[in-house]
Design a protein. Structure first.
Length: 126
């Protein structure tokens, strides 16, 4: 139920898979949605005590500097709450754009797809 109400951004689903949160981003993520997502993920980590977060961006065509910063902040906040974050499914064009923007996304481990991200989170010390 991703209804959009006037004045309130649509929510991105945050799914729990065992002790991992899976967040699958699709299409364009507006600034308000990105900020809401950050609050939602932080709240879910705090409430559930999960140990990992997978951010699947395979459905995202464009990552601007704001979204890149929000993704890095999600990883930093998750780390402070004792959860590891893996960014999965980055398209080559998105990777090139992030490099061109000078965004290094500290704290984010990357994986080619969700399956590999889940494998990384199942390993200790990643």
């Amino acid at each position: 139920m991703n209804q959009s109400f006037p004045g309130r951004p649509a929510q991105v689903p945050v799914l729990a898979l065992g002790d991992v949160l899976l967040v699958s981003l699709q299409g364009e993520l507006h600034d308000g949605m990105a900020e809401q997502l950050q609050r939602d993920i932080t709240g879910r980590i705090s409430a559930s005590g999960v140990s990992g977060v997978v951010l699947d961006i395979s459905g995202v065509d464009v990552v601007d500097s704001f979204l890149g910063r929000v993704l890095a902040e999600i990883a930093s906040t998750a780390r402070l709450l004792a959860a590891r974050t893996v960014l999965a499914g980055m398209r080559p064009a998105v990777a090139i754009t992030l490099v061109e923007l000078g965004l290094t996304l500290p704290g984010l481990v990357t994986a080619l797809d969700v399956d590999r991200a889940m494998e990384l989170l199942s390993q200790r010390g990643t």
